[in-house]
Design a protein. Structure first.
Length: 398
């Protein structure tokens, strides 16, 4: 009995500790994001004459909606519900429908039609597409692993349920950034699902070839790489396509090690475009310095560690693949954003999860958090069931 008690306690720690760390890290990132959105959006609110709390108020509304949805997915709707044919088809069908609607009725922002107005609110459907495709990918591979799907069935489901709607997203919204993040998420599903190495390698190769063609096969994308190597030589003396990354460099350089102080950014005053959204990490670097920027990176690494521990403790293959892919997509997007801000990659327009101003990104990210916590909750229930079963066996043995 003592040995069983110690084992049970160890299992409890293995499940509870990652969840607590995961939850606290997500909370810290959200709160930090609210502070930085208020700081980075100050000049924009003055320019637009909407009041100093405009961006903060919008972000708080998104956080409130996201938290409610996350709690529902954590405590009310079991993760197993998504491991059904109805759920997987429904979420992908809804996303595909809204991608098509956005193509014909959406609002055009910065030359891309990626936003759609629903009940007075603008939504970027691609943020929610990541969730739908993670669910579908985990469902398909789980069915293949269990023997319910043959290899032919798996290929057909992957083509109809993943490749075609992802193709809609890429073609109709020209959103390479989200497409690649989804690709990373689906590779995570395959890795966690332990597909044969040769198939995994072929799919990775296919994704790399697609990325190279998408980048260097289109003039404006390849031009971004050329500008990245020397943004001052953009044909307009640094006031053209290289302007944003130049001022990102200025912000990071000005911040130094300790920063100029919270709220004291110079670049956010109409010099750095998208200071409160895509380039908020540059404002963090300017105001809080290398120390603040490093803290953000560390928080995302801790978030990744805790999320993958939840993935490892999952009691079903579907739960493991879903939670792991969601965690990896969130962190992959974070590091993609940071890489763009510091000049390692050309800009993609993807926000920094939890931190950038943007309702769609915040709500979608918190939905992901809720789904991951739901997997942890399912692991809890499984441990309780196993403990009660073992205790019952001991009682019967006596």
């Amino acid at each position: 009995m003592a040995r069983q008690s110690r084992t049970a306690t160890s299992d409890d720690v293995n499940v509870l500790l990652p969840r607590i760390v995961f939850l606290l890290t997500a909370l810290a990132l959200v709160l930090f994001g609210l502070v930085m959105v208020f700081s980075a959006g100050t000049m924009e609110t003055v320019e637009d004459e909407v009041g100093p709390f405009y961006f903060l108020r919008k972000q708080l509304i998104a956080v409130a909606i996201g938290v409610v949805l996350a709690i529902i997915l954590w405590k009310v709707i079991p993760s197993s519900w998504f491991n059904t044919r109805f759920a997987s088809i429904t979420v992908v069908a809804i996303v595909a429908l809204f991608i098509l609607l956005t193509r014909f009725t959406g609002d055009e922002v910065n030359g891309a039609r990626r936003w759609i107005l629903i009940a007075g609110f603008s939504f970027q459907i691609s943020e929610f597409a990541k969730i739908a495709f993670a669910i579908m990918g985990a469902y398909i591979l789980d069915r293949y692993r269990s023997g319910e799907f043959s290899f032919k069935d798996t290929v057909v489901w992957a083509f109809v349920g993943l490749l075609i709607p992802i193709g809609f997203l890429y073609v109709f919204q020209s959103d390479l950034g989200t497409t690649l993040i989804i690709g990373v998420g689906l590779l995570s599903v395959l890795w966690i699902g332990e597909v044969p190495t040769k198939w995994f390698a072929l799919i990775v190769l296919g994704l790399v070839i697609f990325a190279l063609i998408a980048v260097f096969g289109t003039g404006y994308r390849s031009n971004r790489f050329n500008i990245l190597s020397d943004p001052w030589n953009d044909g307009e003396g640094g006031y053209g396509a290289g302007y944003q990354i130049i001022h990102s460099y200025y912000a990071l350089a000005e911040g130094g090690v300790t920063g100029v102080g919270l709220g004291n950014s110079h670049e956010k005053f109409q010099y750095l475009p998208e200071a409160e959204t895509d380039f908020i990490f540059a404002v963090i670097g300017e105001e809080l310095g290398l120390i603040g920027a490093t803290l953000v990176i560390v928080l995302f690494l801790v978030f990744l560690w805790a999320g993958m521990r939840i993935c490892r403790s999952a009691t079903t293959g579907f739960d493991a693949m879903l939670s792991g892919s969601l965690v990896i997509m969130i962190v992959a997007q974070a590091f993609l954003n940071i890489a763009c801000v510091i000049g390692l990659l050309p800009t993609t327009g993807k926000p920094l999860p939890f931190i950038s101003s943007g309702g769609s990104s915040m709500i979608a990210t918190l939905i992901m958090v809720g789904l991951i916590l739901g997997v942890s909750n399912a692991s809890d229930k499984s441990k309780v069931y196993e403990k009660r079963r073992d205790d019952l066996r001991v009682i019967r043995a006596h």
